[in-house]
Design a protein around this ligand. Structure first.
Ligand SMILES: Cc1ncc(COP(=O)(O)O)c(C=O)c1O
Length: 369
């Protein structure tokens, strides 16, 4: 029997049709970039030197990731079967979800958290189960434990978390991994260098634990797209079936060894941010702006109902910050990346001006009523 063609256009999967489009606000960023938690300064000069050594002929070859993966594994104290390089942590999340999530499965997410977990999950057939943090935005440990079901397939935790800046403790992560042996517990340590705490040393002990790291933040290589996914050799074998062998390009691979080697540069940048963070916290307190304690290179602040106007005033004065009002439990909150001390000194001046303008506008509206 001949089958009739009844549709006149290719139709994507139902889940893809119901996905929301996600457009990060990356346009017109020629300003002080305190909006994407990037390194706000530069990458190591050693990375620039490595780039300069790349020849025209080097571009003609497909990238070979294995030798660099072995180097990264040694750097992390792991075997090379435990580590994969990815096109940013975003690819690690995408590939992990594609590897494990199928219809009826649950992705368990404490929220608010990093947006891309929900974006990639919504392209799978799994359901997203969220657990909302309390007003203090601390890691909702007890409620997360209570939300584990036999269908939980992945628990994704950014540690430290964005946009809150709060962190789960090592003990809490171990307990979660033990209570959900049937699920992958993925700890996204994108902001590890500013926090200094990791669970990557527990991979041998906890077979369902996976850890992601990025070169986009402290290392200052967001434009190169370099991430790491680490886990047991067995879990990594499944992930590698889905991962493209060529997704990390040869320029990124050439830059990674000098970035890893130049620990002096990394330490300098991290200490600069931590110093600047303390100064910025003091300035926020002085201005009477509520803030949440942060273990990362950003701070979430409460601006209230005029958050959009605040972000606009900051932008007009040359400082980009990120409105997180549409995140769950974050109405009126804005996330501000921490840069160098000098950059943050400037940001404080601009912020105080913006807050003064908002107050003046509120006062004159009050007068008019
Ligand atoms: C928690 C978290 N994970 C991952 C990323 C993205 O990392 P990458 O640039 O390596 O894709 C971000 C970026 O903001 C993040 O906040």
């Amino acid at each position: 029997m001949v089958e009739l063609i009844t549709t006149r256009h290719p139709v994507p999967r139902a889940r893809v049709q119901s996905m929301k489009e996600y457009h990060p606000p990356l346009g017109s960023r020629e300003a002080l970039r305190l909006d994407f938690n990037e390194n706000t300064f530069a990458c190591s000069p050693k990375v620039r030197e490595a780039l300069a050594r790349i020849s025209a002929a080097d571009f003609t070859r497909y990238p070979e990731r294995e030798p660099v993966e072995a180097l990264v594994a040694a750097h992390l104290g792991l075997s090379k079967s435990q580590v994969a390089l990815t096109n940013g942590v975003d690819e690690a999340i995408h590939v992990l979800f594609e590897t494990f999530l199928e219809s009826g499965d649950e992705l368990l997410l404490p929220v608010p958290t990093y947006t891309m977990y929900e974006v990639y999950a919504s392209a799978t057939e799994a359901n997203v189960v969220t657990v909302l943090a309390a007003d203090d935005l601390q890691f909702p440990f007890e409620r997360l434990l209570a939300a584990i079901t036999p269908r939980t397939k992945i628990i994704a935790i950014a540690n430290p978390n964005s946009p809150s800046g709060s962190a789960a403790s090592r003990e809490q992560i171990v307990e979660l991994a033990r209570r959900a042996p049937h699920a992958v517990v993925m700890i996204d340590e994108a902001y590890f260098h500013f926090h200094g705490e990791t669970v990557i040393d527990l991979l041998d002990e906890l077979p369902n634990l996976m850890v992601a790291r990025t070169f986009s933040k402290a290392y200052g290589l967001a434009g190169l797209r370099l991430g790491i996914l680490a886990g047991s050799a067995e879990l990594m074998r499944w992930v590698r079936r889905v991962l493209s062998p060529y997704s990390v390009n040869s320029l990124a691979l050439a830059c990674l060894p000098p970035a890893l080697e130049d620990t002096a540069y990394l330490d300098w940048y991290v200490s600069e941010v931590l110093k600047a963070r303390a100064g910025f916290e003091a300035a926020l307190d002085k201005a009477g702006i509520r803030r949440w304690p942060s273990c990362a290179n950003f701070i979430l602040v409460d601006i209230g109902s005029r958050h959009a106007e605040f972000v606009r005033l900051m932008r007009a004065a040359g400082v980009l910050v990120r409105d997180r009002s549409s995140d769950p439990g974050c109405d009126g909150r804005v996330r501000i990346t921490i840069g160098t001390t000098e950059q943050m000194r400037h940001a404080v001046i601009v912020l105080n001006d913006a807050v003064a303008s908002l107050k003046a506008a509120s006062a004159s509206q009050g007068d008019a009523q």
